[in-house]
Ligand binder design. Structure first.
Ligand SMILES: [Zn+2]
Length: 296
């Protein structure tokens, strides 16, 4: 039993060693956090740690129960938990061979995180502008954007379209489009008479913001974006393949995803054997992602 468990038990007298007691933990009511605090005394954090301990001791049922409970508590926490934290449950379910449950949990988590970063920033900026009663936003010089998004960097836009000195803010940014999944666009409220743009420009600011809409990325920025998309998409595909291997060919499957990727990049003899066995089950381990939707 660790120190955290003692603190936890002292506060709410549950034990984390039976399914019933884990499942009966009530959703806590937290006070809002002030300043920089760590969540180490939060129940959901302690449950996550306890899951690791149960897994190490071969009690996957208890480990999964802890993660189910912490995922249930996360949205009510005073700490912001990310998708990666929620996804531990999915991974543990797969490791336990519970693939159907893993898919169901994945669907729930995807729904919670369906908005991409650009959309969240976009919505926050619109709210900020509304509360400040201003209509203008500036876009920044972003290093990770596609060919299309690159046309909208380093400009000022009118949210409503009523300020004819500037173009209307492109509405596609709030649509969570798959083709812009890896683009990061940020916008900030702009006071025309007070704000100074965060980028350099030449000549008159209004003329600058209406310059031709072309891709102005440097070769390095273009290469960085392409690398990020290709590597991320390949990882998603490899992970799906690895999951299919785990589900359909348990005996041949490497112990970890990292191990699988290492053998794949080395094209080891075991990997080539695995490819042959997998192909009989309809799994092509050497498949490459379809990049055609992305604007490199
Ligand atoms: Zn884009």
């Amino acid at each position: 039993m660790g120190i955290s468990d003692l603190i936890f038990r002292k506060k709410i007298s549950y034990d984390l060693d039976t399914l019933e007691s884990i499942q009966s933990i009530a959703i806590p009511v937290y006070q809002p956090i002030k300043g920089i605090v760590s969540p180490v005394n939060n129940i959901e954090y302690i449950l996550q740690r306890k899951a690791t301990e149960h897994k190490r001791n071969g009690r996957m049922d208890l480990a999964i129960a802890c993660l189910c409970k912490s995922n249930e508590i996360f949205p009510h926490s005073n700490f912001l938990w990310g998708k990666k934290d929620y996804m531990r449950l999915v991974e543990f379910l797969k490791e336990a061979g519970r693939f159907e449950d893993a898919r169901n949990e994945q669907t729930k988590i995807d729904k919670l995180f369906q908005k991409d970063l650009t959309t969240l920033v976009f919505e926050k900026t619109l709210l900020d502008c509304k509360s400040l009663d201003i209509d203008l936003v500036q876009s920044t010089d972003n290093s990770c954007v596609c060919f299309e998004c690159a046309k909208y960097t380093r400009r000022i836009f009118s949210i409503s379209g009523k300020d004819k000195r500037f173009q209307i803010l492109p509405p596609y940014l709030k649509l969570n489009l798959k083709e812009h999944e890896y683009c990061f666009n940020s916008f900030y409220p702009f006071f025309f008479t007070l704000s100074i743009p965060s980028w350099e420009y030449k000549g008159n600011l209004i003329n600058w913001c209406n310059r031709p809409y072309v891709d102005e990325r440097t070769p390095e920025q273009r290469a960085y974006y392409k690398k990020r998309v290709c590597e991320s998409e390949q990882e998603v595909l490899d992970r799906n393949n690895y999951d299919m291997l785990r589900e359909k060919l348990l005996v041949f499957t490497p112990k970890s995803f990292g191990g699988f990727r290492r053998m794949k990049s080395l094209r080891s003899s075991n990997y080539l054997k695995l490819c042959n066995v997998a192909i009989e089950k309809g799994i092509n381990l050497d498949k490459t992602p379809n990049f055609s939707i992305y604007h490199f």
